[in-house]
Write a protein that binds this ligand. Structure first.
Ligand SMILES: Nc1ncnc2c1ncn2[C@@H]1O[C@H](COP(=O)(O)OP(=O)(O)O)[C@@H](O)[C@H]1O
Ligand SMILES: [Mg+2]
Length: 362
């Protein structure tokens, strides 16, 4: 593979070590540009993908770059030749969001992160959607690998070249999608090419990510099946609105998994937002927006209380007793108190206490 490429301005850049490989391309370090990486496609991009990347690179504003590894310059094998890749900001010291919401990984890698940290991550993810939507763009392929989370709770999206991009009225489509993040109304749609997605479609994926983060990685359409045909395939359960935590979940065919975080941990306003996002009404454009999630989650953050049993047990103050203690009585420990002496001796964990960055939206 060639190691020298040219930006659209004609500057030469040398690529170094491969940092990651995806379905469409690989990402490399760039020599002498420590804060940038190069994504190079496995196959020459079609002309319409080239125009999408050129538009993105010439519209890399500061607000987008706060949340997104957005293309900054296109890359070419020869000066003025076709686009073969692009430069974008390097994302380092961050993990995909599933490493944060999976209880096992969180306990291992973020042992001091309690539910308040998870709320920060959720609201910062909502802020990232809010910024993109305000610019007329849609994530499209929402999934657990594209949202990179730092120890300070800051969120950066990668894989931005797959977004649906609005180039001053010309839509560049998002041609991919992960089925377990796809809204019910799009479950039968494949391929996605030529289909214009809306913010309401994204708002399904946003609600799903927030649900995963707040409920220990659980999928809202997964639970204990109450009749035949339910729980056989996640795609069919999503398509048929089998939201396991719904108030009317018995008629939908699921009850929540045993010993899981109960939906009653949330105040009614937020529980209703999930209901709207995951049931029939949401398909007609009514799903809570990123802006609504942002303000509701910020409101919830200001209503947390701490249990006297453990400094790691933070929960909303509408509850009369600690839900984490209740789960521990059932044998499930979500947040383990490591004690203060641990943070004094293990310097790596002290870092984890500087989290909680509020990312601003335009
Ligand atoms: N901006 C970035 N900084 C550092 N590593 C990145 C960046 N973008 C992507 N990567 C790495 O490269 C991998 C593939 O990138 P991605 O854009 O998801 O590829 P694809 O679209 O081909 O599937 C990612 O999983 C990640 O490990
Ligand atoms: Mg991609």
């Amino acid at each position: 593979m060639a190691r020298t490429f040219y930006t659209s301005k004609g500057t030469s850049v040398e690529v170094g070590r491969e940092l990651g490989k995806g379905g469409e391309g690989s990402v490399f370090d760039v020599l002498n540009r420590g804060n940038q990486v190069a994504k190079l496609y496995h196959k020459a991009p079609a002309p319409k993908k080239q125009s999408k990347l050129s538009f993105m690179a010439s519209n890399a504003g500061a607000q987008l770059l706060e949340y997104v590894a957005w293309p900054q310059e296109t890359l070419h094998l020869s000066r003025g030749g076709p686009v073969v890749g692009f430069l974008m900001p390097k994302v380092s010291g961050k993990d995909p969001v599933h490493m944060v919401y999976s209880p096992a990984h969180r306990r291992q890698d973020y042992p001091r992160a309690a539910w308040d940290f998870l709320l920060y991550v959720a609201r910062n993810i909502a802020a990232s959607f809010e910024t993109l939507h305000a610019h007329g763009h849609i994530v499209g392929d929402v999934n657990q690998n594209s949202f990179m989370v730092g120890r300070d709770s800051k969120v950066i999206l990668i894989d931005s070249d797959s977004f649906q991009v609005n180039a001053r009225g010309t839509i560049h489509y998002c041609e991919v999608g992960v089925s377990h993040f796809t809204p019910p109304e799009l479950q039968s749609l494949s391929p996605f090419d030529g289909f214009t997605r809306t913010a309401n479609h994204d708002n399904f994926g946003l609600a799903l990510l927030i649900f995963h983060i707040l409920f220990g990685g659980r999928h809202p359409y997964s639970g204990v099946p109450l009749r035949n045909g339910v729980g056989d395939a996640l795609e069919a359960d999503i398509k048929n609105f089998r939201y396991a935590y719904a108030r009317d979940n018995q008629s939908r065919g699921f009850s929540p998994p045993p010993r899981s975080i109960p939906v009653s941990i949330l105040p009614d306003t937020i529980e209703s937002m999930f209901h709207l996002a995951f049931t029939e009404r949401g398909t007609s454009g009514d799903r809570p927006t990123a802006q609504q999630w942002l303000s509701s989650l910020d409101n919830l953050r200001s209503r947390l209380t701490k249990c006297t049993t453990s400094g790691m047990h933070l929960y909303p103050n509408h509850l009369g007793s600690c839900p984490w203690c209740a789960l521990e009585k059932q044998g499930v420990a979500y947040f383990i108190d490591l004690g203060t002496s641990f943070s004094q001796t293990a310097s790596g964990f002290v870092l984890a206490q500087v989290w909680a960055v509020i990312q601003t939206v335009p």
